[in-house]
Design a protein around this ligand. Structure first.
Ligand SMILES: *Cc1c(COP(=O)(O)O)cnc(C)c1O
Length: 377
């Protein structure tokens, strides 16, 4: 097996993969309607539930062919009963995406907004639930990837359940990294994609959630054909297959990635991401960069650094310098502050981050940015 050029991706997914995962895509051609392929998907679906410690009698996973956003779309359009309302607990770009999905489907929703650098005020969440007994679905984002803030999902989930609402959580940027316990965390539905925590490829996304609620949703309004949760679930239960063509090669690589996940282990993997994250924060601090999210509020996977006040600073130039040397940095996603992000996803370790900061420092020096960087106020 020839090794493939290794790039260090510090963007929030897709992430750096191992060569064994890359090569797992190279398989003999197969029609995904063969029994052999359905057999692979059965184990895969169970593994996806086990990652969040779900009881297989109570929870299932439903696969979709698409990027991570398809999961948000599926959950929101499929799990809202007629005449009911969605509550989005929103402190960032990814929860905003859920609000836009409500808008596109013309669903009644409350967009409960909080500042991007603060965790949601639980009293306000509860007050909204009390004042709106027609809320049947509460949605939020676990690690708001736009900033890197960690939301208190267990507490929000407890409130959702206290007022009889289903709780859906976008865990795309924590799943298979930061440990999740679906039941203890009060999650009815969580979601992710193969290219993030699992360190495989784009094309496979999945919702992990409560079977009974999916079965109940059979009688809810059908607002989408391709993105209906019950339709896809029912097809899997009947045939063991995806309703429409699955991303065959991505599924093979995800199966290899899961094998590597179990080999590394939940705890060791989270410890590795934490090492990487700490190395990123140390490196930023050494160069004088400020971050948007206070240390105690960080989810431990995404750092959002503020652009320095230096007329020579150019994200583009610094990006290109690093990119040419095998390191990818990523712009921010906050409308009010100019930021860039460095993320601790993927098959990387702290040594890679040390190598990155040598190149990053050089990029600053070559482009004439003052080191340590400066801020006016
Ligand atoms: C990456 C990500 C998604 C999915 O984004 P796509 O561009 O559709 O892959 C959704 N939610 C969160 C929190 C994410 O980090």
């Amino acid at each position: 097996m020839e090794s493939i050029k290794r790039n260090i991706l510090l963007n929030p997914g897709p992430s750096t993969t191992t060569d064994t995962v890359k090569y797992a895509q190279v398989v003999p051609d197969i029609c995904p309607r063969e029994k052999e392929f359905a057999g692979l998907m059965k184990t895969l679906r169970e593994d996806l539930v086990k990652i969040v410690h779900g009881d297989l009698n109570k929870y299932t996973s439903v696969l979709f062919c698409g990027s991570g956003t398809i999961n948000i779309d599926v959950c929101i359009n499929s799990l809202l009963p007629e005449g009911k309302k969605v509550l989005i607990v929103n402190n960032g770009a990814y929860s905003m995406r859920a609000a836009e999905i409500c808008e596109y489907y013309s669903l009644p929703f409350i967009n409960l907004k909080f500042p991007v650098d603060e965790i949601p005020d639980l009293e306000k969440v509860e007050k909204t639930l009390i004042e709106n007994p027609d809320i049947a679905l509460v949605h939020t984002t676990h690690n708001e990837t736009g900033t890197g803030i960690l939301n208190p999902i267990r507490e929000i989930g407890a409130l959702a359940h206290k007022y009889n609402a289903v709780f859906t959580v976008d865990t795309t940027s924590t799943y298979a990294m930061r440990p999740i316990d679906i039941e203890k965390d009060n999650i009815d539905f969580c979601m992710a994609s193969a290219q993030k925590g699992l360190m495989a490829f784009t094309g496979l996304s999945f919702v992990v959630g409560n079977k009974k609620i999916i079965e109940e949703s059979a009688k809810y309004p059908k607002r989408s054909y391709y993105c209906n949760l019950y339709l896809q679930y029912e097809y899997f239960e009947k045939t063991g297959e995806m309703h429409f063509t699955p991303p065959v090669q991505t599924i093979y690589s995800t199966i290899q990635a899961l094998k590597e996940y179990w080999e590394e282990g939940e705890e060791a993997k989270w410890a590795r991401h934490t090492r990487v994250f700490n190395a990123i924060n140390d490196g930023l601090e050494e160069l004088g960069f400020r971050q948007v999210i206070k240390p105690e509020l960080r989810a431990g996977l995404v750092s959002s650094a503020v652009y320095p006040d230096d007329e020579n600073w150019s994200f583009e130039k610094v990006h290109d310098y690093c990119y040419e040397r095998g390191f990818t940095i990523y712009p921010g996603k906050i409308s009010t502050t100019n930021t860039f992000r460095l993320c601790a996803l993927g098959a990387i370790d702290e040594g890679d981050i040390k190598d990155f900061f040598k190149v990053f420092r050089e990029a600053l020096e070559v482009t004439g940015v003052c080191v340590p960087v400066k801020y006016n106020a």
